[in-house]
Design a protein around this ligand. Structure first.
Ligand code: UN1
Length: 497
């Protein structure tokens, strides 16, 4: 076992303990006896200091030309590439995802760096004819100010990058409050921002608990924007608080994503997609496939294939190269998933595979849950409606394409979605009729790319998009009029006479 890493806050370019000097531990979910890191238990005083630093830095950072700001982010991308393996190993140990996926998580951060850096030369506004002669009318993008970024543990590098990189290129300064389950990943990431030479106070890091440091950030009067990814419950609090305190807010919350498999689908392809979508990252993605909507003509055959294939998945530590499915992130997630399977049983669902905590051999020391398939599920059951966030997929049978789409849409969420079919007309109808921010045709519900807008409709979000849509979150429009006529021109009056 290695010595735990000592994580610190990063405020105005300095590495600091919490004012209280209190710390908390973060452990390895594959072996909860191993402490991976300790981190500061920050409170209001630490948050105040970080916000003051970000506010001070904003005065000059917003004036740095966007292409120059982008060069810092490009450098972060290059450093991330150099440290990719080290970060991936740490991530596997700290939150449990298999190494290949952890590398993918860091890669998503690298992709985001290069994409965001390019945006530094593309912060276009528009010009439009004025109503008046000798007058220009145009729009320009302005930064928002001090942005609080509150991020989850399931993508401990990619999601902070999605938020911080575009925010910085647009001229904002940021305070990252990472999940208490992944403080070490966040610390390593911010070390890279530090090494890229960003001016003091432009990026700040405050560790701590959501209900303490996170809450203090969201409630603070000197924060201009909160970008939050996490549970719907916390998101509702963040949204309400930002409404009350007049902050901009970008919320990315739950999903109940479905994959439809029609009777004409390539079943092998649909199977690979379903297994990856449902059990990749142990189902701990907001894009995870948690419902399989199966046409009755292929239901029996596909279910059999799925059971066989899922039964072969190997549970283990993410750091073990033979692992297909890692542990859940912590004890409360394990308990949540167990409880949902219990609810499903009580509702009349049949546990076709899995359905229990895994406690064989070394697995007993971690938070492992067997990949689970629930059959005989109807759309009204809670397991078909509520986000489970674990390796559990429910099977719902349908008789037609129209019914499949209606059931897919019958959820309060709307993040990702997928349909497997060989019928071009159905593919286009699905693109049009599925109510979700992301739709895949013949691909799984997971695997969004950074240059496309990421986010969902209905209760998944609040209308914003991240990644390829982030510039719109982190800037606001200014309308600019330049009158060079040399005389007063009264709009709506002089040009109508
Ligand atoms: C998330 O689960 O919050 O599309 C993000 C995907 C990843 C991102 C997931 N690229 O599955």
């Amino acid at each position: 076992m290695t010595i735990p890493l000592t994580c610190q806050n990063y405020i105005a370019g300095e590495w600091l303990s919490a004012v209280s000097a209190e710390t908390l531990p973060s452990s390895n979910p594959a072996n909860s006896r191993e402490i991976v890191a300790t981190f500061p238990r920050s409170a209001t005083a630490d948050v105040d200091a970080a916000i003051a630093a970000a506010r001070q830095a904003y005065r000059t950072w917003r004036l740095v030309p966007a292409p120059a700001r982008a060069e810092y982010i490009f450098r972060v991308g290059e450093l991330l590439l150099q440290h990719k393996e080290e970060l991936a190993q740490l991530m596997s140990r700290e939150m449990g995802k298999p190494l290949a996926e952890a590398r993918g998580d860091v890669q998503e951060g690298i992709d985001c760096a290069y994409y965001s850096a390019g945006e530094g030369r593309r912060l276009f506004g528009q010009t439009t004819p004025s109503e008046m002669p000798n007058k220009f009318a145009m729009t320009m993008r302005m930064p928002i100010g001090v942005c609080a970024l509150i991020t989850p543990w399931n993508f401990p590098v990619a999601i902070p990058c999605w938020k911080a990189m575009p925010a910085l290129v647009c001229g904002n300064t940021v305070i990252l409050k990472p999940s208490e389950d992944t403080p070490a990943c966040a610390t390593k990431l911010i070390e890279i921002f530090h090494a890229a030479g960003l001016p003091k106070g432009v990026v700040n890091l405050v560790h701590g608990l959501g209900e303490e440091a996170g809450k203090a950030l969201v409630e603070h009067s000197n924060v201009d924007l909160v970008s939050f990814t996490g549970s719907s419950e916390t998101g509702a609090f963040v949204g309400a608080t930002c409404g009350r305190t007049h902050k901009r807010v970008c919320l990315e919350m739950g999903g109940k994503n479905a994959q439809i498999v029609m009777e004409d689908a390539d079943l092998e392809l649909a199977l690979e997609g379903a297994v990856w979508g449902a059990f990749g990252t142990s189902g701990q993605r907001c894009t995870a496939t948690s419902r399989l909507i199966l046409h009755r003509d292929i239901k029996e055959k596909f279910t059999h294939m799925l059971k066989e294939r899922t039964g072969k998945l190997r549970l283990g530590a993410g750091t073990d190269p033979n692992t297909d499915v890692g542990p859940l992130v912590n004890a409360s997630q394990l308990e949540r998933v167990s409880r949902y399977v219990e609810i499903g049983r009580e509702e009349g669902a049949k546990v076709l595979l899995g359905g229990a905590v895994a406690s064989e051999g070394d697995l007993q020391h971690g938070f492992f849950f067997h990949p689970t398939i629930l059959d005989d599920v109807t759309p009204q059951m809670r397991v078909a409606r509520e986000e489970i966030f674990g390796p559990v997929v429910v099977l719902i049978e349908v008789g037609s394409f129209e019914e499949a789409i209606a059931i897919l849409n019958d959820t309060p969420f709307g993040l990702s979605s997928s349909i497997y079919t060989r019928d071009v007309s159905r593919a286009f109808a699905a693109m049009r009729d599925i109510e979700a921010g992301i739709t895949y045709i013949n691909g799984p519900t997971i695997g969004a790319e950074v240059h496309l807008p990421f986010g969902g409709v209905k209760q998944t979000g609040n209308g914003h998009r991240e990644a390829g849509g982030a510039i719109d979150v982190f800037t606001e429009w200014k309308a600019v009029y330049v009158d060079f006529s040399g005389s007063l021109q009264r709009a709506q009056i002089d040009n109508r006479e």
